[in-house]
Design a protein around this ligand. Structure first.
Ligand SMILES: NC(=O)c1ccc[n+]([C@@H]2O[C@H](COP(=O)([O-])OP(=O)(O)OC[C@H]3O[C@@H](n4cnc5c(N)ncnc54)[C@H](O)[C@@H]3O)[C@@H](O)[C@H]2O)c1
Length: 262
């Protein structure tokens, strides 16, 4: 955006991630956060004071009806991503920036896309890696042919299965899933950025921790249209965390590890 216009933004959900959205709008000179909504009045007040947001709403429906918004950030619990995105598009937002995971299922994702298309709104899902400098540089290296033709990509984001059962993140009804939906989707999005769309997928999810209703393991094998194979594991019930991607071409290999995002 650099047409000289000042774009107004509203944020739905004022928790942890909302601060990153607010910070990003602060960095982009032609955007300004003018409204925020949260059902929790303490979080709403704290957020609006921290980021000097003038209009506060206890309901996002009310915010969408009353505030004049060009862009809406959807940063709520995952079960609201679909309804809030559709409501924002129908209320006249020109852009919706929705947190991942986009939706609970394909049908909901299709409804979000259709609502934004109907309204002429751009929809962006926050798979942030494809916008980060180091990951973009890796794409440039692949496209320059630095490692030859892509053959295989192996990726993992391993983590614990120990979760707070009282958190919304731990329950299917509010989170829509666990490791596959939250970290696995970052990996699948990044690999699509590098290797195109999948031709077929063979995958599994498992739930070992019965105190929660989300999966703690997601693993899969993809064959991409390009012929590249992609293996991944997310979660995996470890007592340590990893973030590793190994990209193999027929002439060389690229390894991405912790720290790639710095
Ligand atoms: N892109 C990434 O890398 C990344 C990383 C972490 C989290 N996320 C996603 O960001 C989203 C938010 O996660 P978080 O960690 O900030 O959660 P959080 O619990 O800190 O914040 C969620 C907020 O939504 C509010 N809320 C609940 N119901 C609401 C409603 N009806 N209307 C308005 N607000 C409502 C809650 O009160 C809370 O303040 C989730 O979808 C999560 O999956 C993305």
């Amino acid at each position: 955006m650099s047409d000289g216009k000042q774009y107004t933004a509203g944020i739905i959900g004022c928790g942890r991630m909302a601060n990153l959205h607010a910070e990003a709008y602060t960095i982009v000179p032609d955007t300004q956060v003018v409204a925020a909504a949260d059902i929790d009045p303490d979080k709403l007040d704290l957020f609006c004071e921290r980021w000097s947001v003038p209009q506060r709403y206890r309901s996002y429906e009310e915010m969408l009806a009353q505030a004049d918004l060009d862009i809406v950030s959807v940063v709520t619990l995952d079960n609201l991503h679909g309804p809030a995105t559709i409501a924002a598009a129908e209320a006249g937002a020109r852009g919706v920036f929705c947190e991942k995971p986009m939706a609970f299922d394909l049908e909901e994702a299709d409804r979000m896309i259709a609502a934004c298309d109907r309204a002429g709104a751009k929809l962006v899902v926050d798979h942030s890696m494809r916008f980060e400098k180091n990951f973009i540089e890796v794409k440039a290296m692949i496209e320059r042919g630095d490692i030859g033709n892509l053959r295989t990509i192996r990726a993992n984001m391993l983590s614990t299965d120990q979760r707070d059962p009282g958190s919304w993140h731990s329950q299917y009804v509010t989170a829509g899933g666990g490791e596959l939906m939250h970290n696995g989707t970052h990996l699948t999005d990044l690999i699509r950025f590098y290797a195109g769309d999948p031709e077929w997928v063979f995958a599994t999810v498992e739930r070992g921790n019965k105190a929660v209703t989300i999966e703690d393991l997601g693993a899969g094998l993809f064959r991409m249209d390009s012929g590249c194979l992609f293996f991944f594991e997310s979660g995996g019930r470890r007592r340590y965390g990893t973030f590793e991607i190994l990209i193999e071409g027929d002439e060389g290999r690229l390894a991405i590890q912790h720290g790639a995002r710095n």
